[in-house]
Design a protein around this ligand. Structure first.
Ligand code: IPE
Ligand code: IPE
Ligand code: MG
Length: 270
């Protein structure tokens, strides 16, 4: 079974700081183009943002950070850009994993690794093993990841694990085989770069995540921008299918704007 309850099976406890943030890091190419630089310069600059955001998440007490680095559809890009991204990933792994370990960060990769260079796969496995016992933050890089790939591979693994069980699977049976089965569902989903779409990211796990879209391009996204996203998250009322009145009856605080509205209504009535 998964360690964490599913948002559709039971109502999760919600804290002020999102326990899990998932980010589509978009806009590197446009950032570079604006500066008359090649697209790949934007990817290089984007790695610096990754460092800053990891640090900020540790400082703010976020437990899981999942970053979409390369989608199953990104192979459709020009071959030189794909090779550059692979090289950048390899170099970042070589340079950063020891630092991640020193900062007690657990490192994981989700995605179909079968298309990756064996050298990268070996390094990923070593890095995951080295950092497996760390608990300051679980950093997951989604590489050659697609939400549909994930659901399909989970189905295959679930059926292989239960060859005789037919027709009576539960959500939990499937969730147990999803690539991100070691973490809770994202509380907060952020996409930089202005597009408002999921682009085949965590289709299953985003069922009840709060969505935050910003026009800021990924290379310009920083700790202050992350704080704005978290502040927006803190304004949301996560109902998980219930009514607002039910939440308040359970002792959940009303959202600040609702409080303001009801106190101004009270003063109007006075
Ligand atoms: C996101 O930036 C990085 C990857 C998809 C690898 P893009 O490269 O998609 O940048 P834009 O969207 O073209 O600006
Ligand atoms: C999504 O960005 C994938 C990553 C950030 C890795 P894309 O730039 O590939 O998404 P689309 O093509 O605009 O939807
Ligand atoms: Mg893009």
């Amino acid at each position: 079974m998964t360690l964490f309850p599913s948002s559709t099976q039971e109502i999760p406890t919600v804290g002020d700081v999102p326990r899990h943030i998932a980010i589509i890091m978009d806009g590197n190419g446009r950032w570079a183009k604006k500066r008359f630089m090649p697209r790949v310069a934007g990817h290089k600059r984007g790695v610096e943002t990754v460092r800053e955001i990891i640090k900020a998440c540790v400082q703010r007490g976020v437990s899981y950070l999942t970053l979409f680095a390369f989608s199953s559809e990104n192979w459709r890009r020009p071959q030189e850009e794909v090779s550059f991204l692979m090289q950048l990933f390899l170099r970042a792994l070589e340079d950063e994993v020891v630092k991640l370990h020193e900062n007690r960060i657990r490192f994981r990769v989700i995605g179909d690794l079968s298309r990756f260079d064996p050298q990268i796969v070996a390094l990923i496995k070593r890095s995951e093993a080295l950092t497996a016992g760390n608990s300051a933050l679980t950093l997951t890089i989604a590489a050659n990841y697609g939400g549909r790939w994930d659901i399909l591979q989970a189905m295959e693994r679930m059926l292989a694990a239960n060859p005789d069980k037919r027709g009576s699977f539960t959500e939990a049976d499937l969730a147990h085989h999803l690539a991100l089965n070691y973490g809770p569902e994202p509380d907060l989903f952020i996409r930089t770069g202005g597009e408002q779409r999921i682009s085949n990211f965590l289709l299953w796990q985003l069922a009840y995540s709060e969505f935050y879209f910003t026009d800021t391009l990924w290379p310009e996204f920083d700790a202050a921008a992350l704080d704005q996203a978290i502040a927006s998250y803190q304004q949301r009322e996560r109902r998980f299918g219930r009514t607002s009145e039910q939440l308040q009856a359970d002792g959940m605080p009303a959202r600040p704007e609702d409080q303001a509205r009801s106190s101004s209504a009270a003063s109007e009535n006075a």
